[in-house]
Design a protein around this ligand. Structure first.
Ligand SMILES: *Cc1c(COP(=O)(O)O)cnc(C)c1O
Length: 387
């Protein structure tokens, strides 16, 4: 039986997949079972931040596999301690919690926010404001947090206590941020929602109101974090640091990880027994994460990401079919004049280019290490597709 036939016989059909069997990869190029190559402008939805099988990352991960692959969270490992120190210090936070995915990182932040408020103010102050058009994950709680009605089906009842505010609508925010709210959760750039950056005024207002009311700010940087925007955290572009920041996608270069970073305010909200995750902080993932952090924080690396982002934007805006380009750094949304984004992505496969969509846009999340040569090759294919 073919790989696809076998897969579809046994695996639940929760994804609309392309007829493409990935076999291997190197740098920015993936290769399928038939040996056909694809330039990757999606990097596994922003996970393979250093591309495929980056040497330093492979070495760090393999070394850890040979040493110890996992131990329970009742013990300590050095690689976890090293990664936690490096991540907290470079991101400017005091503490963190280890999970395995973006959704889990967000669940952690939601639990911290509710307990912080409960410990200090008692019951009835548990609501969390999230934004219309946001995306926070696929678990029941993070789906409930997600501000898109299309996700609020079938799985009733959803978790209560989430209130949606329209992105960039300050009046709506002011009205809904009352005494029952313990946190405001947002993406600086809504990723799945169409690569839409929030307006600076609106973000300023979130931080101002939250500071006044001792309401926590939760930045979901699962997609925007770890250098994707040209800064380690996208919040730096806005001049803000949230009380809690969640990271996941690109953090360990393609290994499953999700973390919730906290400042001193929330550092001691969890006490033994109040939260956990069996695989959280897996040593192999931590080794991968350290390799990513070492690269991303290397002098000049993030400036390069910014430059490549600008290069992409400049070239894209010269293509007649391109109506506008959104996002920051190497998180890029392309609004098209007449073509359908989904069809463009499909057609790109034939031509050897991997793309993503976000709502009606074509979305690019290329590896942060992508070379100009590969950018040019990919853009040439894009230009053809847009003709
Ligand atoms: C992808 C994503 C998530 C969910 O991450 P998973 O690892 O799929 O659970 C949450 N928030 C944002 C902003 C994301 O882009």
């Amino acid at each position: 039986m073919s790989t696809i036939g076998q897969f579809n016989k046994y695996v639940m059909h929760s994804y609309g997949r392309y007829d493409l069997v990935m076999d291997k990869g190197a740098h920015e190029t993936a290769t399928d079972e038939d040996g056909k190559e694809y330039i990757d402008f999606g990097s596994g939805i922003g996970t393979n931040s250093l591309g495929y099988c980056n040497d330093d990352w492979v070495n760090a991960v393999c070394e850890q596999v040979h040493k110890i692959q996992h131990t329970s969270n009742y013990y300590y490992t050095k690689v976890q301690a090293d990664f936690a120190k490096s991540l907290c210090e470079t991101a400017g936070y005091t503490n963190m919690f280890f999970g395995n995915s973006g959704a889990e990182a967000n669940e952690c932040a939601i639990k911290i926010a509710r307990k912080y408020s409960f410990d200090k103010y008692g019951k009835g102050r548990h609501k969390i404001i999230t934004l219309v058009n946001s995306f926070h994950g696929r678990t029941l709680c993070t789906l409930s947090a997600t501000g898109q009605d299309v996700f609020h089906n079938y799985f009733f009842p959803f978790v209560e206590g989430f209130v949606n505010v329209e992105a960039n609508n300050i009046a709506d925010l002011r009205e809904k941020l009352d005494d029952t709210v313990c946190a405001v959760m947002f993406e600086y750039i809504q990723g799945e929602g169409g690569v839409m950056a929030l307006e600076k005024d609106f973000v300023d207002e979130i931080f101002k109101l939250c500071a006044e009311k001792d309401v926590l700010t939760i930045a979901d940087e699962v997609q925007t974090g770890v250098g994707r925007s040209g800064k380690l955290l996208c919040g730096e572009h806005f001049g803000h640091k949230a009380d809690l920041t969640t990271l996941a996608k690109g953090l360990a270069g393609g290994l499953p990880i999700g973390v919730c970073l906290s400042g001193e305010k929330c550092a001691n909200v969890f006490t033994p027994g109040t939260h956990g995750s069996t695989f959280g902080g897996n040593p192999i993932c931590c080794a991968g994460g350290l390799a990513v952090l070492n690269k991303v924080t290397f002098t000049g690396f993030l400036d390069e990401v910014t430059k490549k982002g600008e290069y992409f934007r400049e070239k894209l805006l010269k293509i007649p079919e391109v109506k506008s380009v959104s996002g920051i750094g190497l998180m890029i949304g392309i609004e098209l004049k007449s073509k359908n984004a989904g069809e463009v992505v499909k057609a790109a496969l034939d031509k050897g280019l991997l793309l993503l969509t976000a709502k009606t846009k074509v979305r690019l999340l290329p590896p942060l290490t992508i070379s100009y040569e590969e950018i040019d090759k990919g853009l040439t294919i894009l230009e053809e597709l847009f003709k």
